[in-house]
Ligand binder design. Structure first.
Ligand code: 0O3
Ligand code: SF4
Length: 334
């Protein structure tokens, strides 16, 4: 598993304050917020709306963020659970988390105009699942049960994939041939917990193969590295993100595991409880990969109102990756 190169993890103290001083400050994790796959998925829906007009249908939440979903709904997007809720012939967008081949087939059978906003890094895991299933491996897919991404990936090869939901699930795994086993994973897991799961799997299956490249994506890893860099200095960490966002929830766990005294997940600034600030000097702020920056700004504004106006970035990586839009919408990218 590769790790980001630390850029400026030295955390400066405010002028005139000592380690035991009382100046209030905010440490702001960088990178945070939108990853390349979310940016692409949200823009896909926006461009599809421009091109085809409302209503546009989206299967599941395009990304797991309440604000993004509510904003798109106001613009004429109809979110559905399954394609059978979409009128025949309509435009449907598949979410960034990916779908199984069965969903593509269902959409085709209803003559839907499907636009696939699956992140290319999720598609990469789908390709790995297909390839190792073709070679008749037992595929141990580490991920969270019921999460849309693992349902899509497992759907590529249901007869070869077993879900392993964390270290505690390892005991239940059975394979046909111990010399033909590979692990793959969901893209948004905790790196540390996944390594623990892999270690336990390897104790049981010493010949188990690793994925050809990291399945936990660059964005998930980078956001966890940044939180780890700032958490030991933080009395409180506020993670902006939705309750159903796997990668956002992991940032809360990573912050606590790396030494933050407390950590909370909020969708909006209004959910921040001022009681959390009692006796607190340093507050860390970050956001999940599906979170628009405007929501982080809202939290920073609220913190400034409470005396936390000194904001210091903690930068552990620079991200420059951009994915092309789905082909039919490319000309429309602004
Ligand atoms: O997978 P997760 O619940 O973290 O999804 P989000 O919050 O929508 O973030 C984007 C990640 C993604 C689309 C799949 O990797
Ligand atoms: Fe793609 Fe990673 Fe973003 Fe998921 S978190 S959408 S895999 S870049």
């Amino acid at each position: 598993m590769s790790s980001a190169i630390p850029l400026n993890v030295g955390i400066a103290r405010s002028a005139g304050t000592s380690a035991t001083g009382s100046a209030k400050r905010v440490l702001l994790a960088e990178p945070r917020g939108y990853c390349a796959g979310v940016d692409r998925a949200v823009e896909t829906v926006e461009r599809a709306l421009d091109k085809h007009g409302a209503p546009i249908y989206v299967r599941k939440e395009i990304v797991h963020n309440r604000h993004v979903v509510e904003t798109l709904r106001e613009r004429g997007v109809v979110f559905v659970d399954e394609t059978d809720e979409v009128p025949e012939g309509s435009v449907v967008v598949f979410s960034a988390h990916g779908v199984s081949p069965m969903v593509h087939q269902e959409a085709a059978s209803r003559s839907l105009h499907a636009i696939d906003a699956t992140c290319p890094l999720v598609t990469k895991v789908h390709q790995e699942a297909k390839r190792f299933a073709r070679d008749d491996y037992d595929i141990l897919l580490i991920g969270h049960e019921g999460h849309e991404e693992v349902e899509g990936t497992a759907g590529e090869a249901p007869d070869h994939v077993q879900l392993v939901d964390g270290p505690e699930s390892v005991a239940n795994v059975t394979v046909r041939d111990e010399s033909k086993v590979i692990w793959l994973s969901q893209t948004t897991l905790s790196v540390d917990e996944t390594m623990e799961t892999v270690q336990r799997l390897r104790e049981r299956f010493p010949d188990m193969q690793d994925p050809p490249s990291d399945d936990i994506c660059y964005a998930t890893q980078n956001r966890q590295v940044a939180v780890k860099a700032m958490a030991p200095e933080c009395d409180l960490v506020i993670v902006v993100g939705s309750r159903n966002s796997s990668n956002s929830k992991r940032l809360v766990e990573v912050a606590l595991g790396a030494g933050a005294q407390s950590a909370h997940l909020v969708d909006y600034a209004r959910e921040v409880d001022p009681a959390w600030f009692e006796g607190i000097r340093t507050i860390g702020v970050t956001s999940g990969a599906s979170v628009p920056e405007i929501l982080v700004q809202g939290v920073l504004d609220l913190l400034a109102e409470h005396g936390y106006g000194d904001v210091q970035p903690v930068t552990t990586a620079n991200e420059t990756l951009v994915f092309a839009l789905p082909r039919e919408l490319r000309a429309a990218r602004g």
